[in-house]
Design a protein around this ligand. Structure first.
Ligand SMILES: [Zn+2]
Ligand SMILES: [Zn+2]
Length: 380
């Protein structure tokens, strides 16, 4: 008798093993007809009696039904073509697998976790006509065989778009609930957010409902005041849609969200990295402390093609360029200023005496206040 055959019979004498565990355990041992027969006999005997419990897996391969039912039920709501699977197993299964392998010095065979995984992947692929992949799958399934539960996570969808804001008194960003500081409480209906209408809220709700997602994170290309309008082609934004279940939904190019108009909407295959430089065309209405004359306003021409520096400690070194300037006297103590400039200039600070150098108050030697500002265009 070959020593390997001795091993097979020894193992089978000592441990009751199921069909899956025997074929795995003996895959690297000899496959002579005698050995094959030995294994076949054992498996036949094992399968015949319902009382046999596999020493290693405790018949886990026969008990996938409850887990698979749970998985299929959740998958019903998910659009996907590719998936990957993560497994949580009782450590004792892995320990018993290792124990048998080390006791009989069996090397180079797949471990039990891999075996269970392959079996589940086969079943899920067949049932859902999908493919398993390691490479950025649409869906990740984390299955827990300790309690037959599962958890699904889908690949995020990235969306680009622009918004026009046609009504004043609508803040851009959501604000944390003052009561709970964003944790969630009865006051905020456990959203963690202050219950006000915002552009972020409107866009998020629209995209969450569209893709049946958990959350939307927006990367803004600049910002505006609550009372500012955003005109022209609108302000661009990038949104990350977290855990979208309906991934295949068609996103129309435009959408009217009651005061906020979305355009140029499209799905992106990758998320843009880093901050995106942009330029804005903005019209500012300014009130002055002292009476202002047309002649004095001419001083503002020096702003054309100069750089604005921030002299405050934490923002030193940041400079933004102004490309074009236009102004118009509106009344004794008011005028409008048109700027075409790099994005990200804090408009209110630029008008008042501030850390920005130069600023409008400084140039005019007249204390100025920004009454309102509207964006006519944002260019990226
Ligand atoms: Zn087994
Ligand atoms: Zn709250």
């Amino acid at each position: 008798m070959k020593p390997q055959r001795v091993t097979i019979s020894k193992i089978l004498k000592k441990y009751d093993l199921c069909q899956y565990c025997t074929s795995r355990m003996f895959s690297k041992l000899d496959d002579t007809p005698t050995s094959k027969l030995l294994i076949k006999k054992h498996v036949k005997k094992f399968n015949k009696s319902p009382n046999h419990t596999c020493y290693i897996c405790k018949n886990i391969f026969k008990n996938f039904d409850s887990l698979l039912t749970n998985i299929y039920e959740k998958l019903d709501y998910v659009d996907f073509k590719t998936f990957n699977l993560g497994l949580t197993l009782k450590p004792s299964i892995l320990e018993r697998d290792d124990h048998v392998k080390s006791k009989f010095k069996i090397k180079g065979i797949e471990n039990i976790k891999f075996g269970i995984s392959s079996e589940l992947i086969k079943k899920i692929s067949q049932k859902t006509s999908s493919k398993r992949t390691n490479d950025d799958p649409d869906l990740f399934i984390q299955a827990n065989l300790k309690n037959d539960s599962c958890f699904l996570r889908t690949k995020p969808i990235f969306v680009y778009g622009r918004y026009n804001k046609k009504i004043r008194k609508l803040a851009q960003k959501q604000v944390s609930c003052i009561n709970c500081n964003g944790i969630g409480c009865h006051n905020c209906n456990f959203t963690g957010l202050k219950n006000i209408e915002t552009i972020e809220g409107k866009i998020s709700t629209f995209l969450i409902e569209k893709f049946v997602a958990n959350q939307v994170k927006i990367n803004w290309i600049g910002g505006e005041d609550q009372s500012s309008l955003v005109l022209g082609n609108g302000r661009p934004f990038f949104a990350t849609i977290v855990n979208p279940r309906k991934r295949n939904r068609i996103l129309r190019k435009s959408s009217d969200l009651n005061g906020v108009y979305l355009s140029e909407l499209r799905k992106l295959s990758v998320q843009p990295k880093g901050s995106i430089p942009f330029k804005s065309e903005v019209t500012i209405t300014i009130d002055t402390e002292k009476v202002i004359s047309q002649n004095q306003l001419k001083k503002l021409s020096i702003l054309e093609n100069i750089k604005i520096h921030n002299t405050s400690k934490d923002k030193k070194g940041i400079s933004k360029k102004i490309y074009k300037v236009g102004y118009k006297k509106l009344g004794k103590t008011s005028f409008s200023l048109d700027l075409f400039a790099d994005g990200g200039i804090p408009i209110k600070s630029f008008i008042q005496n501030s850390d920005l150098s130069p600023n409008v108050s400084e140039i005019l030697e007249n204390h100025c206040k920004c009454k309102k500002f509207d964006f006519k265009n944002i260019i990226i």
